[in-house]
Design a protein around this ligand. Structure first.
Ligand code: NAP
Length: 527
């Protein structure tokens, strides 16, 4: 069923000579299927087809798009065990995680289907003409959100389903009316190919234009670079490293027509542990955090890589307890030898810095591709003086920063790079006394958590998964939840346009019965 070929719209294609295989990190060997990287010609074909498909797809009704998205979800579920087995073979992740992620992927597709079937998401806004206004007549102006055009989505290494081929970016872009070209992640090309086959089947079953979706294989950065530079591509979605995301942002900015790149990148997700909470719940917090740091072998963008507190006996005792707790957890497999290599290299970079104390490092001999979890500790002063200590170590690793006092804690937070999340661990009313620390944290993050862990991102309308750079390239948008559709649209106004030529969403009769803002009032009424 996995052919190793690219999907150029509904057609399978393998014109190139560059081939590669995926890797089973548990068994430390290459998987069998040979994938063919997309050629320049195939990239061009996919983008041209998407551009043609856009002409029709942009006008397709919300009901039809919903049918398409729901059918993709059905077809993914129909892949059943084949998909789950391929996912596990290509990632080293357990079956439970694969099934959980599939549930999330299907749930995302269905929530976008509901959004576009209902239709009010286009934010239709109408100001009616006033021909007799003095001193000048007022025109009839009507605004709504419209899709940008072909979108390139980069599959993420750490979420082969929920942030890859039919993941959040793809679901949101298709829901908005944008065709999607996926640059498949080479580490899980088979999982991607299966999901791509489900999308193509769904597109054919529901009568979508050929080219509404393509899936391109690649084993190096060239395919992605060419896609981002292609003049007919109008936006990019990416999840991965700061280096990769930044390279794509720069490439997009250098185009004759710059385009938006919505990249969700590195984050160390600071956790501020307040003194009383530490005194009263030392053991409980340490146990919870040992679990959160090692969850999914630490390969989550919301992994808590930085724990900050104020120097005290309780904080010293917490560092010891956390270190013991993390050593009691069995090491687990990383996604790929390259991710493990990156983990080891970045961990080494941190521990080789001045004044870094290693308080836990799982040193026993491990199976290939398994990660040695670690905890280190530094003073607030060292953390402030040395930006290398802010580096993301993608894996089961966290650093405790011991600040002299509240002022240093605030300063350390204020000097952090942008983050996806910030967490505050507090006893009941303790937080009330740390107003400026909390304000500093809010200024650096996209989501703030009270007495919890940052891992585990709920997919819902109120979720913000983004944050100031480099957590994401545009902190005004979220990459998770239905509001993420806003990344792929632009506002558009019609002035004095004939009623019968307007899109249904803006016509006087409101045929789709959506909520609109008419003369400043939110209503479903006709005009
Ligand atoms: P990555 O190196 O950022 O690559 C992600 C995707 O972008 C890959 O498909 C890669 O293509 C492409 N890419 C990278 N650099 C590029 C460039 N200069 N031009 C064009 N395309 C480029 O991430 P990864 O391989 O998935 O994981 C490696 C590291 O990324 C991890 O160790 C971790 O540090 C980080 N990461 C972070 C998060 C997070 O959420 N914070 C999530 C995942 C990964 P090719 O693979 O085809 O080269």
């Amino acid at each position: 069923m996995i052919t190793g070929k690219n999907y150029i719209g509904n057609q399978l294609s393998a014109k190139g000579s560059n081939t590669f295989t995926t890797f089973n990190p548990e068994l430390n060997l290459e998987n069998e299927t040979v994938f063919t990287e997309a050629t320049s010609q195939e990239i061009d074909e996919a983008v041209n087809l998407a551009t043609t498909a856009f002409k029709e797809f942009r006008t397709i009704s919300g009901t039809k798009k919903a049918e398409f998205l729901n059918t993709i979800a059905d077809e993914i579920l129909a892949l059943d065990d084949t998909l789950i087995k391929t996912y596990c073979l290509e990632t080293g992740l357990p079956e439970g995680r694969a099934k959980g992620e599939r549930g999330r992927t299907v749930g995302q597709l269905r929530s976008f289907a509901n959004l576009v079937a209902e239709g009010s998401w286009v934010e239709a806004t109408i100001d009616i003409a006033q021909p007799n206004r003095e001193p000048m007549p007022k025109s009839d102006i009507r605004k709504m959100l419209i899709p940008l055009g072909p979108v390139v989505v980069f599959g993420a290494s750490n979420f082969p389903l929920a942030y890859s081929t039919a993941g959040g970016d793809t679901a949101a872009a298709l829901a908005s009316g944008c065709p999607v070209i996926v640059k498949s992640h080479p580490m899980h090309a088979g999982t991607g190919a299966l999901v791509a086959s489900a999308i193509v089947k769904a597109a054919q079953k529901t009568g979508m234009p050929n080219g509404v979706f393509s899936n391109l294989n690649s084993s190096g950065i060239e395919v992605g670079q060419q896609l981002v530079k292609h003049p007919k591509v109008k936006a990019v979605g990416f999840t991965g490293s700061i280096k990769g995301g930044r390279a794509l942002l720069d490439a997009a900015a250098k185009r004759a027509e710059p385009i938006p790149v919505f990249a969700e990148m590195g984050s160390i997700n600071p956790v501020v542990i307040l003194p009383k909470a530490l005194e009263n719940r030392n053991q409980e917090i340490a146990k919870t955090y040992a679990g959160s740091i090692t969850l999914g072998t630490g390969q989550f963008c919301t992994n808590p890589g930085l724990l900050l507190g104020i120097k005290s006996d309780a904080l010293s005792s917490f560092v010891n307890t956390l270190s013991q707790e993390i050593m009691d957890i069995n090491p687990s497999c990383m996604l790929h030898p390259n991710i493990k290599k990156g983990y080891n290299a970045n961990k080494e970079k941190i521990v080789s810095q001045k004044n870094v104390a290693i308080t836990a490092n799982y040193e026993s001999e491990l199976q290939d591709n398994y990660a040695n979890q670690a905890i280190v500790s530094v003073s607030g002063k060292s953390f402030l003086e040395n930006p290398t200590l802010h580096l993301e170590v993608f894996g089961p690793f966290s650093m405790v920063v011991q600040c002299e006092n509240e002022a240093e804690l605030e300063e350390a937070i204020a000097h952090l790079e942008g983050q996806l999340t910030g967490t505050v661990i507090s006893d009941e009313n303790e937080i009330d006394n740390y107003e400026s620390v909390i304000a500093a944290l809010q200024n650096r993050v996209g989501r703030i958590i009270f007495n919890g862990v940052p891992t585990g991102v709920e997919v819902c309308e109120s979720m913000v998964h983004g944050g100031p750079y480099p957590a994401s390239t545009d902190s005004r948008f979220t990459a998770v939840g239905i509001s993420s559709i806003k990344r792929w649209v632009r506002p558009f106004s019609y002035q004095d346009w004939p009623n019968n030529l307007l899109p249904k969403e803006l016509q006087n009769e409101n045929p789709n019965s959506i909520f609109r803002t008419v003369e400043g009032e939110r209503t479903k009424n006709k005009i």
